[in-house]
Design a binder for this molecule. Structure first.
Ligand SMILES: Nc1nc2c(c(=O)[nH]1)N[C@H]1C(S)=C(S)[C@@H](COP(=O)(O)O)O[C@H]1N2
Ligand SMILES: [Mo]
Length: 511
């Protein structure tokens, strides 16, 4: 029998050794092999959102650090508890410790970004952790059978136990400090972004004419500020990617595999384009749509270097964090401005919008095209591979439908009687907007005045007005028509599998 305290300490130190060794070895394997990172990213999102969200809001961009500290602390507590059990049942405690050590191994295996070999560091860590556990338990002083735990004779063996435990614990902690997790935390998002200096565009986007934006108070700006740009992704925190270590690999059904580094990419002639990005989950009238000026290199040219095979019909783009999107290959090869983008509105991409590089594809919803933190273009076929959201019930291909929304007046606004201004945005990327129609209550559709078109891939802002609107409750409804004659349908449907439909209408009061 050992004292519970000694046994618990052995459990804690064994846990430190497990994570220290695994984390240090993970430097050779890459971030997906680091058990602390894998556990943090997997377990915490499962925690109740109400519990975790306030902490993340509080800590802002340090949420990753918080994740890892919580995970590490949780592991130490678990290790201590299992160790404590060894004071009663050494064998069950050892078996339990081994089982607990399987958790990070399984978690790494199920992470989308990890490969099978990534479990090697954790397996080695687990074996060494178990060895340390047995060693320390063996060294722990036996309490004297005769109720004399503090007897003189126990002192040298106690001292030896604490010294060895301390030395091994310190070595394990040093390994954590030198390991992958701390290394990946050390490069903060700001420092990574600062490393990337955008070149001057080979061709600049034409300036936005004032006539593109009707002058109505409350109407969104024509170009969205990146900090107001909607953000949709599956990442808890945007990954921090060192641009010097980033590369894009084009592989699969190609004649030659191609790898492009950031250095090479920035030396290519990069062009600027105004493109509106839209999320398939945008509810009717919602704000999951934004317009930006993207700086990038045509995906078409990159694919041409790799020479896709004739029977390939899809490009599965993969992101650093395991997300993937299936884009019909012809969309990336035709003459539209499908970009491997590095800049947004004159600045490097913000981390949450894909730093250091992402795809921007005019005319398709983001989930099948706009892969952020993109690292691979896998040329393949729709009947062979599926993308992240396709596996979850969404379409494999999803062109953007003609849509429009009212931004002025705001829902449930109180406005003065008399002349009423109505304004908003409409989009039909690839076709362009030809008409926007608005009706007051159950009146006739009336045509809104359109802002000038910048290009067919950007949204179009519009305004109209109604005079002499009487006091009381009213609604306005909008619909758009694209340049191919498609009229935005009134039929309501939910967003899965390929976007909600219906006309946006809002209620307001005239007083
Ligand atoms: N790596 C990664 N890229 C991603 C996603 C994601 O979850 N992970 N979401 C996609 C979806 S659904 C949309 S709508 C756009 C949103 O881009 P934004 O966040 O820059 O607006 O990114 C796409 N790219
Ligand atoms: Mo999306």
């Amino acid at each position: 029998m050992r004292r519970p305290l000694h046994a618990a300490l052995a459990g804690v130190v064994a846990t430190i050794v497990l994570f220290g060794v695994a984390d240090l070895l993970a430097r050779a394997f890459g971030p997906p092999a680091a058990p602390l990172l894998a556990l943090g990213q997997t377990i915490i999102p499962l925690a109740p959102a109400g519990l975790i969200k306030p902490v993340i809001d509080l800590l802002g961009h340090n949420d990753k650090l918080f994740l890892i500290l919580t995970t590490g602390l949780g592991a130490l507590v678990l290790g201590g508890l299992i160790g404590w059990l060894a004071s009663r049942h050494l064998r069950s405690a050892t078996a339990l410790l081994g089982l607990a050590g399987l958790i990070p191994i399984i978690v790494i295996l199920v992470r989308p970004e990890a490969e099978a070999l990534d479990i090697i560091p954790t397996i080695i860590g687990l074996v060494l952790g178990l060895a340390v556990f047995r060693l320390l338990i063996g060294l722990a002083p036996q309490p004297d059978v005769e109720n004399e735990p503090e007897s003189e004779s126990a002192t040298p063996s106690r001292r030896r136990f604490f010294v060895i435990t301390g030395v091994i614990g310190a070595a394990g902690a040093a390994a954590v400090a030198a390991g992958q997790t701390v290394a990946s935390l050390a490069l903060d998002a700001g420092a990574a972004v600062a490393k990337l200096v955008l070149p001057k565009p080979a061709s600049e986007a034409p300036p936005i004419p004032a006539s593109a934006h009707p002058d109505v108070k409350g109407l969104a700006p024509f170009v969205t500020n990146p900090k107001d740009f909607y953000r949709i992704d599956t990442a808890l925190a945007p990954p921090v990617i060192d641009p010097e270590e980033w590369s894009l690999r084009i592989h699969g059904m190609v004649e030659t595999e191609v790898v492009v580094t950031m250095d090479e990419l920035l030396k290519l002639p990069l062009n600027e384009h105004h493109i509106t990005l839209t999320c398939v989950s945008n509810p009717v009238g919602g704000d999951l749509v934004g317009n930006a000026t993207w700086l990038g290199y045509p995906v078409r040219e990159l694919l041409a270097r790799a020479r896709p095979l004739k029977n390939a019909d899809m490009v599965l783009s993969h992101s650093f964090d395991g997300f993937s999107a299936s884009t019909p290959i012809e969309v990336l090869l035709d003459d539209r401005d499908s970009l491997l983008a590095v800049g947004m509105n004159g600045q490097p991409l913000p981390p949450e919008h894909g730093f250091p590089a992402r795809l921007v594809v005019p005319g398709l919803y983001g989930f099948v095209s706009a892969t952020k933190w993109v690292t691979e273009l896998e040329v393949t076929r729709f009947d062979e591979k599926t993308a992240y959201w396709t596996d979850r019930g969404w379409d494999a291909k999803a062109p953007i439908l003609v849509a429009s929304r009212i931004e002025v007046p705001k829902p449930l606004a109180k406005v003065a009687a008399g002349d009423l201004a109505v304004a908003g945005t409409a989009w039909a990327q690839r076709s362009g907007i030809s008409r926007v129609e608005v009706k007051l209550d159950d009146g006739e559709w009336t045509q809104a005045a359109l802002g000038d078109e910048v290009n067919i891939d950007t949204w179009r802002q519009w305004k109209t007005g109604f005079s002499d609107v009487k006091a009381g409750s009213h609604t306005v409804t909008v619909r758009a028509i694209d340049q191919d004659g498609n009229i935005q349908t009134a039929e309501r449907r939910k967003s899965i599998p390929n976007s909600a439909t219906g006309h946006h209408h809002i209620q307001f009061r005239v007083e």
